[in-house]
Design a protein around this ligand. Structure first.
Ligand code: SF4
Length: 350
């Protein structure tokens, strides 16, 4: 790289735009490979999201030392050249630049910063991270107004900072893949959130159904919306992104709520990810989701998408039941290109 020139991955490298692995049978054969390693650098965070999946881990585990994170990076490099720095909130670590430089020196090619975005309102920090080797940024934006976003993350001024961060990263020509957690307070505003993300010129936005663990489990009825109610808003939001040429994805939304928009189900193309928390390691997050995280109902056996579908997070039917999940019996309402792509699969299962 020429001195002074900042690295940028191509848009076609964005997760979801270049599907290498398409899962029609979600359970992998043994001896799987690892596409990506997520390293939890600790749990301290400057937000207190009302839907935080990590719950009280910040009080129990705090943050890892620099040496601990470096050891995890060395171990991770034996599996892959793609790493995600995640937490907690990684940008509040004073050693983050050093850690990113260290990852680069180990030969990691893709270095993603997963963040609530607030600290990246400081453009100098964005520049330093990019110069150190970071080349993908995944900030989280959960509302289209300060009132909504700040309420959800329990931090006044957070919206303004995260929006500033996205603008900074755009000005620096970086890959920006945002995440929005779908909860009771924002699902009716998903189209407005999508319009804002399009206006901010993000490369990709993902709308992820809240995972009811940690604080989200404690606040279950306050935060978890019904799929049947959120579906029209979700579809409208996705179509706004698609029309604008933004890559869009949903996470943890089963196919029976995605009819006509099946190509945008993230699970079908998610990279095989190892998660290193330090005190525990999840060798393959896909397997973990399928065996522990999610579940399906008795009616799923009659659904043609059953072999491809992961079902919802298990806490959803445990609280709300399975009545909303109507098995898909034919391909009539599906996206035609999706049906064409999986012609053999549907002939076998219809
Ligand atoms: S009915 Fe069950 S298998 Fe079919 S899409 Fe819904 S959750 Fe998945």
């Amino acid at each position: 790289m020429a001195p002074g020139k900042r690295q940028r991955l191509n848009k076609t490298d964005v997760k979801g735009s270049n599907p290498v692995t398409v899962h029609t049978d979600p359970l992998p054969a043994s001896g799987h490979h690892v596409d990506r390693v997520d390293i939890k650098t600790g749990w301290l965070c400057n937000n207190h999201c009302i839907f935080c999946v990590q719950g009280r881990k910040r009080e129990i585990y705090g943050n890892k030392s620099t040496d601990e994170v470096k050891r995890l990076l060395e171990e991770a490099r034996q599996d892959t050249d793609s790493v995600v720095f995640t937490g907690g909130e990684v940008t509040i670590r004073k050693d983050l630049i050093d850690l990113v430089k260290f990852a680069k020196s180990l030969g990691f090619r893709r270095i993603q910063i997963q963040t609530n975005g607030r600290m990246l309102a400081y453009k100098k920090l964005c520049e330093d991270l990019i110069d150190a080797g970071a080349n993908e940024f995944s900030p989280a934006l959960h509302g289209h107004t300060p009132e909504l976003h700040d309420y959800l993350v329990s931090a006044k001024g957070a919206f303004r900072q995260t929006v500033r961060a996205i603008r900074n990263l755009r000005e620096l020509d970086q890959l920006i893949m945002t995440n929005t957690v779908i909860v009771k307070s924002n699902f009716r505003h998903l189209p407005e959130i999508a319009r804002l993300l399009v206006a901010l010129q993000v490369d990709q936005f993902q709308l992820a159904m809240v995972h009811p663990l940690g604080t989200a489990a404690e606040n279950f009825y306050r935060v978890v919306p019904r799929f049947a109610l959120l579906r029209p808003y979700l579809h409208k939001a996705l179509k706004i992104g698609i029309k604008a040429g933004v890559i869009v994805m949903t996470e943890a939304v089963p196919y029976c709520f995605m009819q006509g928009l099946e190509p945008y189900v993230a699970e079908r193309i998610m990279p095989r990810t190892k998660i290193m928390e330090g005190h525990l390691t999840v060798e393959d997050y896909t397997v973990h989701r399928l065996t522990e995280g999610k579940m399906k109902g008795p009616q799923c056996k009659q659904c043609i998408m059953n072999p491809m579908c992961e079902g919802p997070w298990r806490e959803y039917p445990e609280h709300y039941g399975f009545d909303e999940f109507i098995p898909i019996r034919d391909t009539k309402a599906m996206d035609p290109e999706f049906v064409q792509e999986f012609g053999d699969y549907f002939r076998k299962n219809e």
